[in-house]
Design a protein around this ligand. Structure first.
Ligand code: UDX
Length: 467
């Protein structure tokens, strides 16, 4: 990314929701701002600051506040609503005091006063508190523009009677109400929160998710980690609802290097790269369901049998908390026994390095947005088994719009896993689409590309807000 002239007084406080996929993505964003000459203060929760690998630079510093939950409280996917509530009601108080103190600057550390906040778009309070203190705030979303648009369309979906789903509704029927997607979006492709709601007026999750999405219209701008070549139409439909929109992704491809690219909450097992070195080109299935997905023992067994039946070597990320902590060792042994010498299991992989590796032929994924972008940049075909939130719509784009993979949504059956993995590994058409998309996305992040131009415009916007 080119250096651009920026006033040294521009100092951005970045506040991600304290979960892995949001933190790493915002660290890539921070890397770009540092390269443009800005100062960045990166706000973690106390809980994560202890875990995160922290890279440094003279214009980057990390600070933390309590997330408001007791130390021993689980922070996994099953308790995410409690985390969100605690951030809003408790962490917001500490955040307000921190911001007030950062307004004074820190002459000794060389940090000017904070002049702008980039807050995770799923934490509206972070925008409101900043603006109340007179600091302009931007909302940054780590999920796809297509999911953002679906959330923004919730009132229309309700008005049209598309939601809530009724007993007996065919989930394969098209759904009306999300602009630009009526020709391919089915009920089952809507974000998972839509499926779970029975009484929309009293559904806390749906209210929350619509609330923070619409609230981004109050922020000075909405920033999305996406590329025009992937989501041009969705971006155009979002724009009229926001004060400004910047599409600056995929950020990991804009700022692939340190200083801020660390931040993983897990220790990466690099040994799998050496294992990949010993495999033939395009022969390995990489399996990872992201940082939050939880699966049942039955689903694990179907995946395992399907992978073995597909017949290719596979590298599987099995987080210790993914199926049940007590079972972790037994599951690893089960994979080793069933996969024989063809299987490799790790608790956490250096995913970007894996997807770049010449031996990887396809990616069995939950279609989390970071993973989807990482596969898109590398041109790796995907087989998607979406778990929750935006993943349901992301996987529809993979299977039905970009055609860079297959959407296995809602089915977890060994025979289907085997069939789809084989097809993704062997289909010349899917591979060609994946490579064509990769070329377009790489153009977006190269000099003169749309994401690079948008990033420059964003830096200028922040500098202007800071003066
Ligand atoms: C979830 C949502 O699905 C996502 O769309 C949203 O924006 C954030 O929350 P998560 O389950 O974390 O995300 O998935 P994903 O967005 O794909 O992020 C996972 C990240 O972890 C990726 O950057 C991936 O490279 C990394 N990862 C995953 C590793 O580095 N190693 C691993 O072994 C597995």
């Amino acid at each position: 990314m080119d250096m651009v002239a920026a006033t040294p007084a521009a100092h951005v406080l970045m506040f991600p929701c304290p979960v892995h996929g949001h933190i790493t993505c915002m660290l890539h964003f921070a890397t770009g701002l540092l390269a443009a000459g800005l100062h960045v203060t990166f706000l973690h929760s106390d809980h994560n600051l202890r875990r995160a690998a922290a890279a440094s630079s003279p214009r980057l510093r990390y600070v933390s506040i309590p997330d408001g939950l007791p130390v021993e409280h689980p922070r996994d996917v099953g308790r995410i609503v409690e985390l969100m509530e605690s951030l809003k009601t408790k962490a917001s108080v500490a955040y307000r005091s921190l911001l007030a103190s950062l307004l004074l600057g820190d002459a000794t550390g060389g940090f000017p006063p904070v002049t702008c906040v980039v807050a995770d778009g799923i934490m509206s309070f972070a925008v409101d508190v900043a603006e109340e203190l007179g600091i302009p705030a931007l909302a940054f979303r780590t999920d796809s523009a297509c999911s953002f648009l679906a959330y923004l369309s919730l009132p229309r979906l309700l008005e049209l009677g598309e939601l809530p789903f009724k007993d007996g509704d065919d989930l394969d029927e098209p759904v009306r109400g999300v602009p630009g997607m009526e020709s391919f979006l089915r009920r089952r492709d809507l974000p998972s929160q839509c499926r779970d709601c029975s009484d929309p007026d009293n559904d806390p999750l749906l209210q929350i998710v619509y609330g923070f999405t619409a609230h981004s219209g109050n922020a000075r701008a909405l920033v999305l980690n996406t590329a025009a070549s992937m989501e041009r139409a969705a971006l155009a439909h979002i724009a009229p609802h926001m004060r400004d929109v910047f599409a600056i992704g995929p950020l990991h491809a804009m700022s692939p290097t340190a200083p801020a690219a660390g931040g993983s909450l897990w220790r990466e097992d690099d040994g799998c790269l050496a294992w990949l070195d010993g495999q033939a080109d395009g022969s390995v299935v990489y399996v990872s369901l992201g940082s939050l997905t939880v699966i049942s023992l039955e689903q694990f067994t179907e995946f395992l049998h399907g992978l073995v039946a597909a017949g290719y070597p596979f590298l599987w990320v099995l987080r210790p908390d993914m199926v049940g902590a007590s079972q972790s060792a037994a599951l690893r042994e089960a994979v080793a026994a069933a996969g024989k010498s063809k299987a490799r299991v790790v608790e956490w992989a250096p995913q970007r390095g894996v997807l770049r590796h010449r031996a990887v032929g396809c990616f069995l994924t939950h279609a989390g947005w970071n993973s989807t972008l990482e596969a898109a940049v590398e041109g790796v075909p995907m087989v998607c088994w979406p778990f929750f939130t935006d993943q349901q719509i992301n996987s529809r784009f993979v299977g039905g719009v970009w055609r860079t993979g297959l959407d296995m949504k809602d089915v977890c059956d060994a025979a289907v896993v085997a069939r789809m993995v084989r097809e993704a590994m062997e289909s010349g058409q899917i591979r060609a689409s994946a490579q064509a998309l990769a070329r377009e996305v790489r153009r977006d992040v190269a000099d003169g590309g749309s994401s690079t131009a948008e990033f420059k415009r964003l830096v200028e916007f922040i500098v202007e807000l800071s003066t």
